[in-house]
Design a protein around this ligand. Structure first.
Ligand SMILES: Nc1ncnc2c1ncn2[C@@H]1O[C@H](COP(=O)(O)OP(=O)(O)O)[C@@H](O)[C@H]1O
Ligand SMILES: O=C(O)C1=C[C@@H](OP(=O)(O)O)[C@@H](O)[C@H](O)C1
Ligand SMILES: [Mg+2]
Length: 196
């Protein structure tokens, strides 16, 4: 009997999916915040498809992000990013993990505002640095002092990320914990805003 009741209770993922309806869930935030890693887990829990915009950009261009930056520069990369995100949001609902600069670009941000619910994964400098310094595939961090570059980007971008619908504190705990907080925040946010 108890088993039956437990089985019928909707899971956190099911409740968040019902709250989201047809909206896309879009993760934004700085490099290393966990957008790609957390987005994948959140999508699994929601039973929605997952796409990482950088992976999609690499697929359509048949180049890596570093190659794109080197060959065409950041402005061209942003233009491609805007186009890719527009298409992904049109054909959802899905979970979309963006690259760190996407939400900072005004055109892309407006698309995200129209096409989905945005979640900022907000992390401290030391957490971000710990995560990004292990890999070297991020062209913007190929500077003499990448930690300072990250700090400068934080100062510039955090006021813009703060425009996201929801903020979740990304920190040094298991990824599943952060993913659950994203789902809970979605339920809370949609429950509070009756106009949605
Ligand atoms: N909560 C977490 N705990 C431990 N490692 C994490 C956590 N979130 C992300 N990571 C790791 O940090 C690195 C950067 O995460 P990633 O998802 O690529 O960030 P982003 O897409 O925001 O740049 C990856 O190796 C990822 O597995
Ligand atoms: O912050 C940025 O401008 C960028 C972040 C990267 O994605 P992640 O945030 O997933 O590392 C990637 O899109 C590109 O290197 C530019
Ligand atoms: Mg990423």
């Amino acid at each position: 009997m108890t088993d039956t009741i437990l089985n019928l209770a909707p899971s956190l993922g099911e409740r968040a999916k019902a709250a989201l309806g047809k909206r896309n869930l879009v993760l934004v935030g700085l490099m290393g915040a966990g957008k790609s890693a957390i987005g994948r887990i959140v999508a699994q829990q929601l039973g929605l498809s997952f796409v990482d915009t950088d992976t999609e950009i690499e697929r359509v261009s048949r180049m890596t992000i570093s190659e794109l930056f080197a060959a065409y520069g950041e402005d061209e990369f942003r233009a491609l990013e805007t186009r890719v995100i527009k298409r992904l949001l049109r054909t959802g609902p899905r979970v979309v993990s963006t690259g760190g600069g996407a939400f900072v670009n005004e055109k892309t941000r407006k698309q995200i505002e129209r096409g989905g619910l945005s979640v900022w994964l907000n992390a401290d400098l030391d957490v971000l640095w710990e995560r990004v310094n292990k890999r070297d595939h991020r062209p913007l961090l190929k500077t003499e002092n990448p930690k300072q570059t990250l700090k400068d980007l934080m100062d510039k971008r955090y006021p813009i990320y703060a425009l996201a619908d929801i903020t979740v504190h990304s920190r040094d705990v298991r990824k599943e914990v952060i993913a659950n907080e994203v789902l809970t925040s979605v339920i809370d946010y949609i429950g509070k805003d009756k106009t949605l």
